[in-house]
Design a protein around this ligand. Structure first.
Ligand code: ADP
Ligand code: MG
Length: 921
């Protein structure tokens, strides 16, 4: 198969292949290799796809890398400076597929095309090489092809710029610009180091560009090296002095003032983005929206760990299935799905903005008929934004024109249907206006011009509808007529020669030729047929001829086919230009389609799963009645038990009640539903603030400005960093950053270390949250001792997940009620899990023993004895109690003689030791 491929290739670029191969004297460089080396030298950091006929070839090290990465055969081709040239290639038709794999592996590819017809090169002389140029760099952040993109996700290119540390006020400031060239979105923001990490976690850029200097910076290196696809670039791309000029030139405006007042830092980041786009697109300018600043604090801050932990976009194991995004996505278009993901990644904090989204969802919840019609129209709309982007960068095909036609049709239909909604909420009214804006004449023109069946590439031709263009119809008739003449000629020749199997065939090297099997070859090579049939080629099985008549006909056919294709391509360009002229309004319509899809999708979800509109308020309320977990309730077979949660500031007047929300300490056995309960409340806040209805009977939420979620080490195995250190680093981040408007979820913090350490850390953390952070928080724990804190901390509330014991088994009721768990039911859970009966019996005995020893709860005493957290002197050295305990244990150990103990006695001794250690502390 591979060999056949190489033969094909020889036919398509015969002169060049020959010259590449023929390097008789070592050390001589063929003209083609000279061209290759020059182009490669200009693109050293890319694999070079070098076009030869119907293949993209790679040579030298590129070939070795690509053959390994793609699993394609590595061959040799001629010699360069006396050495074999390694080579491999991919067919142009399937290039996207191979590009996809190379990009996914982190490679960058320079695509080098033939920029003239090989015939032109031949005219310049036998040894001339076809002119070639790199037409595009393919990098992870600058893709436009559907085959290379995930339809449901944005693919961002981001630029990071750090402020010079000359002024202390600027110290540690960053500007982040990001754009999606496949949809035209372009935004920027300024942030600090912590904010930067959070933004990158939100955007998950496909590629990040930074200056060489920043990339090499010792301070930044650990963070940048941990990110996928970071491309360091030379200083000029990040030059602040030319930034504004470069940005203005991209948008063909005199100044960027009209876009808004940007800091020099922001301009630098934005200019770096557009410069990189121009470099990779080789001068083409994809249709970007002018950069839009993201207002500081306009969105709910969620750091990377919290995002991962709440499984917003994907689960801890990395799948979309099981994530919140998958559970709530009822959109019917790719653009809608992308916008939903954006909104989910960045919930709002401004109540009126949230209300505007909720109004749109509400209107569609209230009108199921409208919702159904809207979703039917949307489902028929192709991805307008991405089709448009491809047309603008000259990578579009006939199907992209059809996508514009169908998308605009759907937009018009949708606008008409939405007009029946009165009064329409602002978001819907705005979208409807944008849907009406594009010129209907364009849709009509596209409908008239495009054929029913469309080829993938414009070069294939045949996409213009018959009857659309008179000149084209005429040329096509001529071409088709000639084909009939060929068929007639074949019949006549068969007749004249009496060779029934005579065929007229075509290939790229010979053009049209007469072919007969070898056994008839002689006949045509002799008089009188010899006078008509001119020998061209003898193969193993066939002999090939031409005739004057056939050559004439061929010229005519080639002419007509070429002319027809030329006319079609001209029509394509004309139509594409008309589309591009309307790029702005088409882009706006595409955005409007996405916005309506999101609203209708969320409305469907609300209707289907019985969600309610949350009440968004400015205070610190957080009152959920009958809340459910949006993902778990869809995943489990049985009914989901709804639960209330009230973190609103307590009503009773005390000195600080109004200024801070409550903290729940949630206890209950393993598997009771603690983690589920914690997360459902965080997810309800996220859903509400992104503008969605929520899974609850009633919800009243004072906007949250920052959301934090951490899980104790043992639950964190999926992320492969189950160390206690990570748990503590993350907890530290919360205790240092959470403020009065924050919502904090802490799940079994302190579990990753020894019992008493863990309890002490959890204890101190709760006190800190209550007294210093003063945030709304949910704290799940298996340390029952912590419930004693409610006696001291006024805004602390104990909640427990109920279970019932039934004939020695535990039944999980999943119901959250006020109070503390009476015990952990660990042994019952162990029994459920199938531990052997003797082990369960033995464990019960041990437990009874331990409980008898431990009547007086140390925690209750602690609450009375310890001064309140705020009054504790900072950094008070801990008493040396541990040492005493250790000594007692060591003494007891010394007294034991293992050789004299029965197994039973050894076990008892072990328990006694543990007890001694615990008591002494
Ligand atoms: P815990 O954190 O207390 O160990 P989880 O929150 O992990 O418990 O819950 C254990 C399982 O119980 C979940 O996987 C879920 O299937 C089920 N569950 C939890 N909460 C509920 C609920 N409110 N209604 C129904 N099933 C629930
Ligand atoms: Mg749990």
């Amino acid at each position: 198969m591979v060999l056949a491929r190489f033969n094909d290739r020889d036919e398509s670029a015969p002169a060049e292949a020959a010259s590449a191969a023929a390097a008789p004297d070592a050390g001589r460089v063929t003209p083609m290799m000279e061209q290759y080396v020059e182009i490669k030298a200009a693109n050293p950091d890319c694999l070079l796809f070098y076009r030869m006929g119907d293949f993209y070839e790679m040579f030298f090290q590129d070939a070795e890398i690509a053959s390994r990465a793609l699993g394609i055969v590595l061959t040799k081709r001629g010699k360069h400076l006396g050495q074999d040239i390694p080579m491999c290639g991919v067919p142009v038709e399937r290039a996207d597929e191979y590009l996809h794999r190379l990009i996914a592996l982190g490679h960058r590819v320079a695509v080098c095309e033939q920029t003239e017809d090989p015939a032109e090169a031949k005219k310049r002389g036998g040894k001339s090489v076809v002119r070639r140029d790199v037409v595009r760099l393919v990098t992870p952040g600058t893709l436009t092809e559907d085959t290379l993109l995930d339809a449901r996700r944005n693919n961002y290119l981001a630029a990071i710029v750090r402020a010079r540390v000359s002024s202390p006020a600027e110290e540690g400031r960053f500007a982040l610009a990001f754009l999606d060239i496949s949809t035209g979105e372009f935004r920027l923001t300024e942030c600090d180091r912590v904010g930067l990490a959070a933004e990158l976690a939100r955007l998950e850029p496909g590629e990040i560009i930074v200056s060489d200097a920043l990339y090499g910076d010792a301070d930044m290196a650990p963070m940048l090296r941990a990110l996928p696809a970071v491309t360091p670039l030379t200083r000029d791309v990040f030059d602040g002095a030319t930034a504004e000029r470069r940005l203005a030139s991209y948008f063909a405006v005199a100044t960027t003032d009209a876009f808004g007042a940007f800091s020099r830092l922001e301009l630098t980041a934005a200019a770096a983005c557009v410069t990189y786009v121009e470099r990779t697109q080789i001068g083409k300018r994809p249709p970007l929206s002018p950069p839009l600043r993201e207002a500081q604090g306009a969105t709910l801050a969620i750091d990377a760990a919290t995002r991962a932990n709440l499984e917003l976009m994907r689960t801890l194991s990395g799948e979309r299935r099981g994530s919140l995004a998958a559970a709530i996505d009822r959109t019917v278009s790719a653009a809608g799905s992308r916008l939903l993901a954006q909104r989910l990644a960045a919930p709002l904090t401004d109540p009126p903005a949230i209300e505007a989204r909720l109004d749109a969802v509400g209107a569609l919840v209230a009108d199921p008929a409208l919702r159904g019609d809207v979703r039917a129209s949307l489902a028929a709309a192709p991805d307008l934004a991405r089709a448009l982007a491809r047309l603008v960068v000259g990578r579009g095909g006939p199907r992209d024109l059809a996508a514009i036609r169908d998308g605009l049709d759907a937009a018009a239909a949708l606008a008409a249907r939405l007009a029946q909604l009165a009064p329409a909420p602002a978001e819907i009214a705005q979208a409807a206006a944008a849907l009406r804006a594009p010129d209907p004449a364009l849709t009509a023109e596209l409908a008239a011009a495009l054929a029913d069946e469309l080829p993938a590439f414009k070069r294939d031709g045949g996409f213009v509808r018959a009857g659309y263009d008179g000149a084209l119809d005429e040329t096509r008739a001529l071409r088709d007529e000639s084909r009939r003449v060929v068929a007639a000629l074949q019949a006549r020749y068969a007749d004249e020669t009496q060779v029934r199997a005579l065929k007229i065939r075509h290939n790229n090297v010979l053009g049209y030729f007469v072919e007969v099997t070898a056994q008839h070859g002689d006949k045509l090579l002799q008089e009188p047929l010899k006078r008509t049939f001119i020998h061209r080629q003898t193969l193993a099985g066939q002999v090939r001829f031409t005739t004057t008549e056939l050559a004439d006909l061929e010229a005519k056919i080639a002419n007509a086919a070429d002319r027809a294709l030329g006319l079609e391509l001209a029509i394509f360009e004309r139509l594409a230009e008309r589309v591009i002229a309307l790029a702005e309004s088409i882009k706006a319509a595409a955005q409007a389609l996405a916005a309506i899809d999101v609203a209708a999708g969320l409305a469907s979800l609300a209707a289907e799963r019985d969600y309610v509109r949350p009440e968004i308020v400015a205070g610190l309320d957080f009152t959920i009645a009958g809340g459910r977990h949006p993902v778990v309730e869809q995943a489990i077979d049985g009914p989901f038990v709804a639960n209330d949660c009230d973190l609103s500031p307590p009503q009773i007047s005390s000195h600080d009640s109004a200024s801070a929300g409550r903290i729940y300490v949630v206890t209950g056995p393993n598997m009771a539903g603690k983690s589920t309960y914690l997360r459902q409340n965080a997810l309800i806040a996220v859903l509400a603030q992104m503008g969605s209805f929520v899974p609850a009977r009633r919800a009243r939420i004072g906007v949250v400005d920052r959301l934090f979620s951490r899980v104790g080490a043992a639950d964190d195995l999926a992320r492969g960093r189950s160390t206690f250190m990570v748990e503590m680093v993350e907890t530290a981040a919360i205790l240092n950053q959470a403020g009065p408007r924050s919502l904090v979820i802490l799940d079994e913090i302190g579990r990753g270390t020894a019992t008493f350490d863990g309890l002490s850390i959890a204890w101190a953390a709760i006190e800190h949250l209550h007294e210093t952070n003063r945030c709304r928080a949910l704290f799940a724990t298996h340390f029952h001792e912590l419930t004693a804190l409610a006696a001291k901390l006024t805004r602390l509330h104990n909640a427990t997940v109920r279970v019932r014991e039934w004939h020695g088994d535990v039944i999980f009721l999943h119901e959250v009620v006020a109070g503390a768990a009476d015990r952990s039911y660990g042994i019952q859970v162990a029994k459920l899990a199938g531990l052997p009966a003797p082990v369960i019996e033995r464990a019960k005995l041990v437990l009874a023993e331990l409980e008898a020893e431990d009547r007086t709860s140390p925690a209750r005493k602690l609450v009375d004895d310890l001064p309140l957290f705020a009054a504790t002197p900072r950094a008070a050295p801990a008493p040396a109690a541990r040492d005493e305990a250790a000594e007692a244990v060591i003494k007891a150990l010394a007294a034991l003689n293992p050789d004299e103990l029965s197994p039973r006695e050894a076990l008892d001794a072990l328990y006694a030791l543990k007890l001694a250690a615990a008591k002494k502390q």
